[in-house]
Design a protein around this ligand. Structure first.
Ligand code: DAK
Length: 257
């Protein structure tokens, strides 16, 4: 791995991926995105991992796709390289991914954070889709995920002007889960992740799948999908353990089975 650092067990059941291309402000070149995809695939298959944190640097989460790498590309180059298949793989990760964002999350950086399931940001975080300022537009979900997260008029303003929003605005608009002090970002994100890591990994994955399905279905279809996943949790040992522990007034010991 050249542009990311991976710790599969930063804490019990929690893995950390750190974008590490500091000179270029973590600009997401093709190689970096392939590394992120491969790391996520591996961590998704690792039984010891239940929650994944994706973070960047203190000053920049990621300043977007690598402008220098794509500046002279033709549409057919882009089509042939098909970088979207890399991004699509990230979306397929079954385990929850928490983006821990400090500093700039711009363009593809903001899109990458939004591809994750939850976002924790420091008070220095700034989110933006500035592609319009360089003659293009968001291409990795910016017009879709941002609109779903913060609503049409705010998304329009960000996408059409390239204006950044601060962490408090992002919190108020519903883009992020919480703001933490910059110095405590990892500590607070680990605490947040640990709350999920102690739960049934089977139920967590099925629940994540169901929430995501809400974006792709009608309410009735979504409710049927949810119901099936709900039934499926009853096929797990974890559900038996969770309910037995409740009745016996003890902490559950979930095994992910
Ligand atoms: N790409 C390449 N290099 C970048 C970069 C980027 N996005 N952002 C910064 N750098 C480089 C700078 O060129 C500079 O390099 P040197 O000149 O030192 O060689 C170095 O990082 C430091 O940057 P600055 O000197 O600009 O640093 P400042 O602190 O003054 O400013 C900044 C920080 C983040 C405000 C500024 O760097 C900035 O505005 N950066 C560009 C932000 C931006 O426009 N982002 C959107 C890019 S377009 C796709 C998926 C996704 C996308 C496209 C396709 N597919 C799946 C096909 C997404 C597109 C985008 O994100």
């Amino acid at each position: 791995m050249e542009f990311i650092k991976v710790n599969p067990q930063i804490e019990k059941h929690i893995a950390l991926i750190e974008l590490h291309r500091p000179k270029e402000l973590n600009a997401l070149n093709r190689q970096l995105m392939i590394e992120v995809r491969d790391a996520l695939r591996e961590l998704d298959e690792d039984d010891q991992v239940r929650v994944i944190i994706l973070t960047g640097g203190e000053k920049v989460f990621a300043a977007g796709a690598d402008i220098k790498q794509m500046a002279n590309a033709t549409a057919i180059d882009m089509y042939n390289i098909d970088q979207f298949s890399t991004w699509d793989q990230i979306k397929k990760t079954k385990k929850p991914i928490i983006a821990a964002v400090s500093g700039f999350a711009l363009g593809g950086g903001c899109e990458l954070a939004m591809t994750c399931d939850m976002i924790i940001a420091t008070d220095t975080a700034k989110f933006g889709q500035p592609e319009i300022k360089i003659g293009t537009m968001p291409g990795a979900g910016g017009t879709q995920r941002l609109t779903r997260a913060i609503g049409k008029v705010r998304a329009m303003e960000m996408v059409l002007t390239g204006k950044f929003i601060s962490a408090p605005e992002a919190l108020q608009f519903g883009l992020i889960n919480k703001i933490v002090p910059a110095a405590l970002m990892l500590f607070e994100t680990l605490r947040f992740a640990a709350e999920i890591a102690k739960l049934s990994p089977v139920a967590v994955k099925l629940a994540k799948e169901s929430v995501n399905n809400a974006f792709n279905s009608t309410l009735d279809e979504g409710l049927i999908f949810e119901r099936k996943n709900f039934y499926l949790t009853f096929a797990s040992e974890d559900q038996k353990e969770g309910m037995a522990a409740f009745v016996e007034k003890r902490n559950p010991d979930f095994k992910g089975k």
